[in-house]
Design a binder for this molecule. Structure first.
Ligand code: XMP
Length: 317
């Protein structure tokens, strides 16, 4: 029967055999899959694994710095690339959700290709693809669309011509977590909620500005940290905040305010295909709402999303 220990032993020796002294490039996302793939490869080939962690400016508050630090502590050969300005530039004026995804996907490809060119004589591209991704890539959704649209314009970027290594492609998510635990990866990293590739861009309805990103990062941080403090984080499959393109009237002292509205969303799910909104305690919601409105300048109203999927998707865009 399958055990994480046997999987690690077999995979590390297979990777050694296959890759030899060649170089491998891998994009880290801060998520479970790419992190586990990186540690497996690191055990097999050490410094010949070149990891690239891109800050698209749409991550959670302080996440780029703290996760980069964590990767370095794990001994990974990782380069952090802050491309926030490039992503924000590519997103300027775009409100349509699919165009946002496209702009982010294309910018990621450009940034990653530039970085991959910095590594001389790289042979392999490693990816944290897991079994459900293999199945899903048959559908027309997801990143393949971005790659195709890029392909139509200027040909495949060079890194996509590399040989591919996908050490997790036969595993389900729970197996990836067990392998990660076997590799002694921080349980906090392994238990992290899923976070979409386009990040906060698809949680800011309408166009994206640096200021809106900053506001949403603050709100999201209060919500997520609150879930952790209340021991609710692990009871929720995914949670986040959404910045609505609406202003509402409020009062502060004698002043009338006209400020942003944010929605909080927390769902229970097993695979993201269906999801139920989580019945968070009223006391928790009350405290979180008060903290957000008191601390985050520019927000005067908080609502909680009580829609399940279907028909409402987890993300609002
Ligand atoms: P929906 O909103 O479709 O989300 O119910 C289901 C799961 O997928 C994530 N999601 C994305 N992940 N790129 C990603 O990498 C995307 O464009 C994207 N859109 C949604 C979402 O966060 C949830 O976990």
């Amino acid at each position: 029967s399958w055990t994480p220990g046997a999987f690690v032993d077999l995979t590390v020796s297979e990777l050694k055999e296959k890759i030899g002294n060649d170089k491998v490039v891998l994009g880290l996302s801060g998520g479970v899959d790419s992190s586990v793939a990186a540690v497996l490869l690191h055990q097999a080939i050490g410094k010949n694994l070149y990891c690239i962690f891109v800050n698209n400016g749409l991550l959670r508050k302080d996440e780029f710095e703290s996760v980069l630090h964590q990767y370095k502590d794990m001994g990974l050969n990782v380069k952090g690339v802050d491309a926030s300005a490039r992503f924000l530039g590519a997103l300027a004026g775009i409100s349509d959700p699919e165009l946002k995804r496209k702009a982010i996907g294309n910018t990621f490809i450009e940034v990653f290709d530039d970085e991959a060119h910095e590594i001389t004589d790289v042979t392999y591209l490693a990816q944290g693809t897991i079994y459900p991704d293999v199945i899903e890539s048959i559908s027309v959704n997801g990143p393949s669309v971005t790659i195709k649209s890029h392909h139509n314009v200027g040909g495949l970027p060079d890194f996509m011509k590399l040989k591919v290594v996908e050490p997790l492609r036969m595993l389900f998510k729970d197996e990836v977590r067990r392998v990660g635990a076997e590799l002694e990866i921080d349980p906090e990293l392994l238990g992290r909620h899923p976070f979409p590739g386009p990040g906060l861009a698809i949680r800011i309805l309408g166009d994206i500005t640096e200021e809106k990103v900053r506001i949403l990062q603050e709100v999201d941080h209060i919500f997520i940290q609150g879930l952790r403090d209340a021991m609710l984080y692990d009871k929720v499959w995914q949670a986040g905040a959404i910045l609505l393109p609406v202003q509402s009237v409020g009062v502060m002292g004698d002043e009338r305010t006209y400020e942003q509205v944010v929605a909080l969303r927390a769902v229970e799910s097993t695979d993201g295909m269906t999801a139920d909104w989580v019945n968070l305690p009223y006391e928790f919601l009350q405290k979180t709402s008060n903290t957000i409105i008191n601390r985050v300048k520019g927000v005067n109203r908080v609502v909680y999303d009580i829609s399940s999927k279907p028909p409402a998707t987890i993300e609002w865009e």
